[in-house]
Design a protein around this ligand. Sequence first.
Ligand code: HEM
Length: 120
Amino acid sequence: MSPTLFDQLGGTAGIDQIVEDAIAGHLANPVIKTRFENAKDIDRAKRMAKAFFAFGSGGTDTYAGKDMVSAHKGMNITEQEYLAAIDDILAALDKNSIGAGARKEVLAILYSLKDLIIRV
Ligand code: HEM
């Protein structure tokens, strides 16, 4: 059987590192850094983002965090900010030597969430 996306991302440890790197990227990205500097509870957001990726890549059966609309409701996130966040996630995948197939799959999943995140 071919490895799941979860496996290709390095399982729980791999995903945890990717999320740490992506959030570090957000905090250094001029387009979106203030969003994350001002987040009410960044530790929770990190924890939930790790759980969300583990769930979304087939590694776990449940995700106890907010759905994407509830998580971003009222933030009025723009297309530009959305692209900036995706760029940081792709850079985190590269940093962790994730292969081209898994990278494309993650990008497709992120893109499919677009309307749940922009201006909700
Ligand atoms: C690219 C797709 C995105 C995904 C998969 C994603 C995922 C998540 C998740 C799982 C959470 C935590 C939910 C919870 O606490 O239960 C979260 C929170 C958050 N997201 Fe996103 N997000 C995305 C895009 C963005 C963008 C574009 C921005 C703004 C530029 C953003 C800003 C935030 C902030 C500031 C929080 C923390 C809210 C708080 O509790 O204060 N997200 N996101």
